[in-house]
Write a protein that binds this ligand. Structure first.
Ligand SMILES: NC(=O)c1ccc[n+]([C@@H]2O[C@H](COP(=O)([O-])OP(=O)(O)OC[C@H]3O[C@@H](n4cnc5c(N)ncnc54)[C@H](O)[C@@H]3O)[C@@H](O)[C@H]2O)c1
Ligand SMILES: [Zn+2]
Length: 377
């Protein structure tokens, strides 16, 4: 970006908080390892990093309107200043945009823009953009480099890490996809300032999950600082996001294709999915359903004798402070049970239900839907 323009932007965009140090971590996957760079107000520096990570001279920058209208110009300038040609592609907002027709439109746009095997795809947006753009990158010309610039809390700590990409079919969510690791994940927490508070909190549910299943210290830190994290104080938020990213990265590195510990990431999701499904993915955000699911799973962990008493109370109190729902909606019992049926893994007749041994340590137990959700709830 030209110096003059940068200076002009200084007063409004560069808050005093911007002097927070940028930090990085590495997702360890052999020759597909990649860095996650986390900082505050760093979008103007993303271009050179993307150029270096991908070697691309041309990129398709995929975004949605609420994000693109705020941030695409800055990212584009930064890329162009690094010698990268940019074609911006805006897709409609919302999960429904993750579909085969939209994917087809992206391939058309890639061809028209002249993207070849040495080009790259950059996703600027939440998990929806990341999943769609990621699958387009995974499949176009049998796979081209891909970079994530996540703009929601959920995308930062969850969707952008792990290499899962997908689109939905009318029969269900994420039914067609591929594993395609990004070359770089660029996290700028200043981009969260425009994210609605409800979305922020919902993303934070996944951070709480990371602490609950893997890291008691992270959980304690959240108990100390959840309000400051949600207020986006970078000194508080960056270390928390870093730890949450590291946990997802650790879990994924240990178990890239989801056979063992990656299942722990489903903590709270078994019931959460049943709730989302019953509501037809409306009214409640994913993180909100997961919050309810985590409280439920923690309660079951206590009842089944895995976790000490008080585990559920701590999780519930923390989620409530984040403004997340924690109480089971009063759906008919059969709604929960039929939702749980769907969640059963194909390899097993039972659900691998994720329980807590204690805060910071998860385990799985094979249960039937009725055992997960016994009568009398
Ligand atoms: N690949 C994975 O491992 C993985 C993991 C979890 C979820 N996902 C997928 O992620 C998707 C959900 O992602 P999400 O929760 O980020 O939702 P999203 O991408 O739909 O974003 C939520 C909303 O916030 C808006 N938005 C995003 N960033 C913004 C910003 N900085 N300022 C203002 N508005 C902003 C979006 O336009 C959208 O309206 C689902 O499709 C889910 O399947 C994938
Ligand atoms: Zn989730």
């Amino acid at each position: 970006m030209p110096a003059a323009k940068r200076t002009r932007l200084a007063p409004s965009r560069r808050s005093p908080r911007s002097r927070v140090k940028t930090t990085r971590l590495r997702v360890d996957l052999g020759d597909r390892s990649y860095p996650i760079v986390i900082g505050h107000d760093t979008l103007d520096d993303a271009g050179p990093a993307i150029a270096k990570a991908t070697g691309a001279k041309r990129v398709a920058l995929i975004t949605v309107r609420p994000v693109g209208r705020r941030y695409a110009a800055r990212l584009t300038s930064s890329l162009r200043a690094a010698g990268v040609a940019v074609t911006k592609i805006e897709v409609p907002d919302g999960d429904a945009t993750k579909n085969l027709a939209q994917l087809g439109k992206l391939y058309d746009a890639f061809l028209e823009a002249g993207l070849d095997r040495s080009s790259a795809v950059v996703a600027l947006g939440g998990g929806v953009v990341g999943d769609l753009a990621g699958f387009a990158a995974a499949s176009y010309l049998r796979g081209i480099p891909f970079v994530q610039v996540p703009t929601t809390v959920l995308a930062m700590v969850d969707a952008s890490i792990g290499g899962k990409t997908a689109v939905n079919l009318k029969q269900g969510k994420n039914l067609v996809g591929a594993f395609h690791q990004p070359r770089l994940v660029w996290i700028d927490t200043a981009l969260l300032e425009s994210l609605p508070a409800r979305e922020r909190a919902a993303g934070m549910a996944e951070v709480v999950k990371a602490g609950a299943i893997w890291d008691a210290r992270l959980f304690k830190r959240l108990e100390r600082d959840i309000e400051a994290a949600l207020a986006l104080d970078p000194k508080v938020l960056i270390p928390i996001l870093k730890r949450a990213c590291a946990i997802k990265a650790e879990v994924v590195s240990e178990d890239e294709r989801e056979a063992g510990v990656r299942t722990y990431l489903n903590f709270g999701h078994t019931l959460g999915h049943a709730i989302e499904k019953h509501l037809r993915y409306r009214k409640m955000l994913h993180g909100e359903a997961v919050a309810i699911g985590m409280v439920f799973a923690a309660r079951r962990s206590e009842e089944l004798g895995f976790a000490p008493e008080g585990t559920r109370a701590r999780i519930e109190a923390l989620l409530e402070r984040a403004g997340l729902p924690t109480q089971l909606p009063s759906f008919p019992r059969r709604a929960y049970l039929s939702g749980l049926e769907v969640d059963k893994k194909k390899t097993d007749r039972r659900i691998r239900f994720v329980v807590l041994r204690r805060i910071g340590q998860a385990d799985t137990v094979p249960l039937t839907p009725v055992e997960v959700y016994p009568a009398g709830r």
